[in-house]
Design a protein around this ligand. Structure first.
Ligand code: AMP
Length: 281
């Protein structure tokens, strides 16, 4: 496995591989690997000849006062895990090389970036899609792998790929959860013991929504009301949003029909957790 920090060097390596007809898989990450990341990596290794994992805590997707500086980083552990999974290249560029002095080009997927997480994180998706566009240009992957945990991100990246005619196939894989149902996240390490225990309630509320739907409920307000009650039943849980939207355009729906995304963001203290389920009706 190679650790490459320079953009030019990784481009050279990729070109060499492409010349010999090898397929390239990319898993974009911010590092601090858990089983969620590893599930994407394993799938990429299974499906592609050359697998590149990018590790880059992208300053452009963090707003003022967010956790860019304290976001957990542990490159040596990540490298070890990537090596064990037979990854070919870990691409870990510096912020300076990705955003040199004078940098000004950003990609914006307009409407879909302004809903759900985009309300409390107004510049977040502009930062995400810009860095993903850069990674696609640098690595030129045949397939890029994303997690369903960041459902809005995957939907917005898909929109960008379609709108900008990019030559990459996207695969979105299921959410990997802890035993108690909490979606795995690098940010879970911020939680104290009590909040960590109570955070399992987020997935319970999503399962509660699923139960209501299975028993015939189609009214969005009723679902959101029930979820809200469940989440608020534990201390410290501050709801950012609970939304029921169509899973393609992220538009709110009043009554459930088709492919629906039920998504939430909840703060425990300063830690903001997200989770979601997709239901098909
Ligand atoms: P991150 O390092 O948090 O930016 O995540 C990198 C990729 O891993 C993104 O596509 C995430 O959606 C995905 N991911 C993060 N957590 C999980 C999880 N619990 N299950 C599946 N995929 C995940």
């Amino acid at each position: 496995m190679q650790l490459i920090k320079s953009i030019n060097s990784v481009k050279k390596q990729i070109r060499k591989a492409k010349k010999t007809g090898k397929s390239i898989g990319l898993v974009p990450t911010m590092g601090y690997f858990h089983e969620g990341h590893l599930s994407l990596i394993r799938k990429a290794v299974k499906e592609c000849d050359v697998v590149v994992i990018s590790i880059f805590v992208n300053p452009a997707q963090f707003g003022p006062g967010e956790d860019y500086l304290r976001y957990p980083r542990e490159l040596s552990r990540d490298l070890h895990l990537a090596e064990e999974e037979s990854v070919n290249i870990v691409f870990a560029p510096s912020a300076k090389s990705m955003y040199p002095n004078g940098y000004q080009a950003y990609v914006n997927v307009e409407k879909m970036s302004k809903v759900l997480c985009g309300i409390s994180r107004p510049s977040h998706f502009r930062g995400v899609v810009s860095v993903v566009a850069k990674l696609f240009n640098i690595i030129e992957p045949d397939i890029a792998y994303f997690g369903g945990k960041d459902a809005q991100q995957a939907i917005i990246v898909d929109r960008m790929v379609k709108d900008l005619n990019m030559n990459v196939k996207l695969k979105v894989l299921p959410i990997i959860r802890e035993k108690d149902g909490l979606a795995m996240s690098s940010r879970n390490t911020y939680l104290n013991k009590m909040d960590r225990k109570n955070a399992a309630n987020l997935y319970k509320s999503l399962k509660g929504a699923k139960r209501l739907i299975n028993s015939g409920t189609r009214d969005t307000n009723r679902i959101i009301h029930t979820m809200r009650k469940m989440i608020k039943s534990v201390p410290h849980a501050q709801i950012d949003y609970i939304s029921v939207v169509d899973a393609k355009g992220l538009k709110p729906v009043k009554r459930l029909k088709g492919k629906i995304l039920i998504a939430l963001a909840v703060y425990f203290g300063k830690t903001r957790l997200i989770d979601n389920i997709i239901v098909r009706l």
